[in-house]
Write a protein that binds this ligand. Structure first.
Ligand code: UD1
Length: 403
């Protein structure tokens, strides 16, 4: 009988983390494993979901819980109720969750408490474990702590994540440094992303524009913070156009806070736009985003993933936050923490440009093979005893990435 494994995705930043595991599975024909994708439906707009499945060549999920939006408790609770039924029906031996969104923590909690008739329990594996911003006002930080504490196997993308987990008392045998699956997706899709017509449609020349993404509640849910960030963008866009794909949350806040006129004023006329001003557009597909990041002169963002992608691409990145759970992008890559004041952002941009001009490096194991390493662990676990405790039957931990 095949070992059933569920790969869980819920929101936009999850898809490029599950895809490399699925590719490794289809490429090797991993016999003995039965891998299914479950979508919680936390994100449901085509631009935040289906378009990514298409670009990443992922099969349609076998289940979509369609939980939709809501308060944190509502959304988390709906995922938990739906996922409990999925586990009862499918009885997987393993559940793989990725990243730090509400769906991640919700499915982790359900998996950790599930016991099938006969006493067996599914194993819980967390991809991108151990990242810590040490800012518990971020919902994602809470999700990370909960998920890691419950996971049987913590797959890490960088060595500082290993250290964080060890410091929190996670036994070394549970930690596996496998590299960064999001960078697998980037490397595989960069060539195909060249076919996107985004830049030519907008008349933007490589290196001669900036890219900005904003969606964190701490940045967009307070009028004064969002207003200050828009002012900084306006100042930078006076001599370089800035592409601004708007997350639905951010678009709504701009209207609620009556900042729409300010945005329109900073957007300039169509004729001026290739040279100055903000270009506010709908969220980008994965290929469009890769193309925009690769050719941007600089990126301003509050996203976690984009800090890593710009480091992999060597593009200057200004992070519009006071902290990051991804310090390796600062220590080794092109990232600078700028906060959210106008002065801080302008200074951060100058710093990130200087940094990218000097030599930066790609962190260890961001080499396009993380998905293969994760699959190798899944196979080893499936080959040994099944259920909780089976992780001990797999090859030595921690060393996986160094093979
Ligand atoms: C979520 C994640 C965040 C991640 C981000 C990427 C949590 C706590 N947050 O934030 O870590 O960086 O996704 O985008 O899990 N909406 C739509 N269409 C959709 C989905 C959402 O319009 O398909 C709107 C709704 O108004 C919703 C709002 O966006 O209320 C926020 O969506 P939600 O999933 O709660 O959080 P994000 O801000 O997207």
């Amino acid at each position: 009988m095949k070992t059933k494994i569920l790969l869980v995705a819920g929101a936009r930043p999850n898809y490029m983390k599950i895809a490399p595991i699925h590719w490794a599975f289809t490429r090797t024909g991993a016999s003995g494993l039965d891998l299914e994708i479950v979508h919680t439906g936390q994100h449901y707009d085509a631009s935040l979901s289906d378009d990514f499945f298409r670009d990443l060549e992922l099969p349609a999920p076998s289940v979509n819980l369609a939980v939709g939006s809501g308060s944190h408790a509502e959304q988390t609770a709906k995922v938990m109720v739906g996922f409990e039924r999925v586990l009862a029906e499918k009885r997987p031996a393993m559940v793989v969750v990725v990243g730090d969104v509400n769906s991640t923590a919700a499915c982790a909690m359900v998996t950790a408490k599930t016991q099938y008739d006969g006493g067996a329990q599914p194993l819980l594996l967390h991809v991108e474990a151990g990242l810590r911003s040490r800012d518990r006002t971020m919902p994602e930080e809470v999700n990370r702590i909960v998920t890691d504490a419950l996971s049987d196997v913590c797959f890490t993308t960088c060595r500082d994540a290993d250290a964080n987990l060890l410091a929190e008392g996670v036994p070394a045998e549970r930690i596996r440094f496998v590299g960064n699956p999001m960078i697998d997706s980037l490397r595989r899709c960069l060539g195909r992303a060249q076919g996107a017509t985004l830049l030519s449609d907008l008349g933007l020349r490589p290196g001669a524009f900036g890219l900005c993404t904003l969606h964190r509640p701490s940045n967009v849910d307070r009028r004064e913070v969002l207003g200050e960030i828009l002012d900084a963008l306006g100042a930078i866009a006076a001599d370089t156009p800035i592409l601004l794909p708007l997350h639905p949350r951010t678009r709504r806040r701009i209207e609620t806070f009556a900042l729409g006129d300010r945005l329109r004023e900073l957007s300039r006329t169509e004729r001026e736009r290739p040279r100055h001003g903000l270009l506010a557009i709908e969220p980008l597909s994965y290929f469009e985003m890769l193309q925009a990041m690769q050719y941007a002169g600089f990126v301003l963002t509050d996203s976690g993933g984009i800090q890593e992608e710009t480091t992999a691409l060597g593009v200057p990145c200004v992070t519009l936050r006071d902290n990051t759970e991804r310090p390796v992008t600062i220590a080794e890559g092109t990232n600078v923490l700028a906060g959210t004041t106008r002065a801080g952002i302008l200074q951060g941009l100058a710093g990130a440009r200087r940094k990218a001009a000097r030599s930066t490096r790609r962190p260890a194991l961001w080499d396009g093979r993380a998905g293969e390493r994760i699959l190798a662990v899944l196979r080893a676990l499936a080959g040994g005893a099944r259920g909780r405790g089976a992780e001990m039957a797999a090859p030595p931990l921690v060393a996986v990435g160094m093979e």
